[in-house]
Design a protein around this ligand. Structure first.
Ligand code: FAD
Ligand code: SF4
Ligand code: SF4
Length: 415
């Protein structure tokens, strides 16, 4: 067995976190490298999990409780791998950590943000609102520590440094480079939402009341830009008649050729958000095929039992906006009725798919044409898991992560 019982995990979403806790709890040292200022990945941005519709923070917090007291998990946020050398049992990895400008003394009192005169678009809420340049990534962030976006700072300003009575603000912090010796590597780099700007027929992201499914998660979330009220972006009106366009850019050779597998479930879940919020609301889901396999069939049946959630089989061919009302009209062929028709809604949600993030990560396994990781025999000791490997839900990501943790440990034992 190699002397080095350390594993590098790249990506601190639910998949990477799961690999880290599984391996660390059997005595392996884990370096968990995350690009964002917080752990949790895209799951941290969801309002509720299907099928139980519980808040995702239940699941994440259970894992954070396993990470906090474990000295074998070294969490490196705001960090990326820049170089990987060596082989199984003996990799040398160079990690670059970008400055957070706030150190461990931060109590997250918020005084820096109160004093801060500058604002930036809030990436956590997909740009639908703003934060100060000194900000907490979100209310349940792990680690619970402020960050400063220096690119948004007012010139010459030091107000946050003066406001922080704990000396936690360090405006001259510099990037740091760390060299790690590890025995195996797991890439859990996950996904990003497919860019609506590429969808010409669906408005190219230019119509205010045409939003993506990830934005809908934030709109419905109590920590979102509207405090959880589903209000349409153009005028803040309650959005009670909402359409959902399935496969928006998925299963299409011009965009993502794969099926993201969770978008049908996500839209059904979001139709429930709407129905729970407004008794007089109506949702219409425009689909090509509905994919709700296994235990998820019951979730679909529940939605089909609600007469105010309508399912229409047909591909949306065009979308237009009425400038006087902000309403959106979709044109489609209703396949089962055999007619062409139009439907007008107050807000339209595009069920954009999951685009893998792994391409370009230093040292990562090879990727398929779609960008998902391939089992790479040329790179022993390097594995991938979760959505980096295929578009899956949270439960499958966690199961896959446990198996991947085992492979990463076995690789060390064998080398
Ligand atoms: C609209 C929508 C709703 C959904 N709702 C549900 C639901 O209700 N229930 C459910 O089970 N699933 C749901 N999903 C699917 C769920 O989001 C995924 O299963 C989950 O995010 C997979 O986790 P992951 O850790 O593999 O990837 P991610 O969540 O993407 O995490 C990857 C992490 O890696 C980091 N990273 C990426 N590249 C690098 C790099 N080079 N260096 C360092 N760090 C990096 C990222 O910052 C991120 O933190 C939904 C998906 C969508 C699109
Ligand atoms: S950096 Fe200082 S002022 Fe800002 S939240 Fe942390 S402790 Fe409070
Ligand atoms: S230095 Fe930047 S973050 Fe700090 S108060 Fe000024 S503008 Fe805000």
């Amino acid at each position: 067995m190699a002397e080095n019982k350390s594993i590098l995990v790249v990506g601190g979403g639910i998949s990477g976190i799961s690999v880290a806790v599984e391996a660390a709890e059997v005595g392996y040292k884990v370096h968990l490298v995350e690009r964002n200022a917080y752990l949790g990945g895209r799951v941290a941005q969801l309002n509720k999990y299907f099928p139980k519709l519980c808040p995702p923070y239940c699941g994440l917090e259970i894992n954070f409780r396993r990470i906090r007291p474990n000295p074998d998990i070294d969490v490196l946020t705001m960090s990326e791998v820049v170089k990987v050398q060596g082989g199984p049992g003996n990799f040398t990895v160079t990690v670059k950590t970008n400055p957070r400008y706030v150190n461990e003394a931060c109590t997250s009192c918020g005084k820096c943000a109160e004093a801060c005169p500058a604002e930036r678009a809030n990436g956590f809420n997909y740009g639908m609102d703003k934060t100060k340049a000194a900000y907490l990534p979100h209310t349940l962030a792990f680690p619970m520590r402020y960050v400063i976006d220096r690119s948004a700072c007012a010139s010459g300003c030091k107000a946050c440094e003066e406001a922080c009575k704990y000396g936690a603000v360090v405006l001259d912090q510099q990037p740091a480079t760390t060299e790690l010796k590890v025995g195996s590597i797991v890439y859990a780099t996950g996904w990003k939402p497919y860019d609506m700007g590429n969808l010409k027929l669906l408005g190219e992201g230019k119509m205010k009341n045409v939003i993506s499914n990830v934005m809908m998660e934030r709109l419905a979330s109590p920590g979102g830009p509207t405090g959880g009220k589903i209000l349409r972006p153009s005028d803040g009106k309650e959005a009670k008649v909402v359409g959902f366009v399935q496969c928006a850019g998925s299963r299409d050779e011009n965009h993502l050729s794969h099926c993201s597998s969770i978008c049908c479930m996500a839209s059904i879940k979001q139709a429930f958000y709407l129905r729970e919020q407004y008794a007089d609301s109506k949702a219409e889901i425009f689909y090509i095929d509905l994919r709700t396999p296994g235990r998820y069939e019951k979730f679909l049946n529940r939605a089909q039992a609600d007469e105010n959630i309508k399912f229409t089989k047909g591909k949306v061919a065009a979308v237009s906006e009425d400038p006087s009302t902000g309403d959106i009209t979709v044109e489609l062929e209703d396949v089962l009725a055999g007619t062409k028709r139009k439907a007008t809604v107050e807000m339209l949600v595009l069920a954009t798919g999951m685009e893998p993030e792994m391409k370009g990560s230093a040292g990562a396994a090879s990727v398929s044409q779609d960008g998902f990781a391939l089992a790479d025999l040329q790179k022993p000791g390097i594995y991938s898991t979760g959505v980096a490997k295929s578009p899956v839900d949270v439960m499958t990501s966690i199961q896959d992560a446990a198996g991947t943790a085992l492979k990463a440990m076995q690789s060390i034992v064998r080398s």
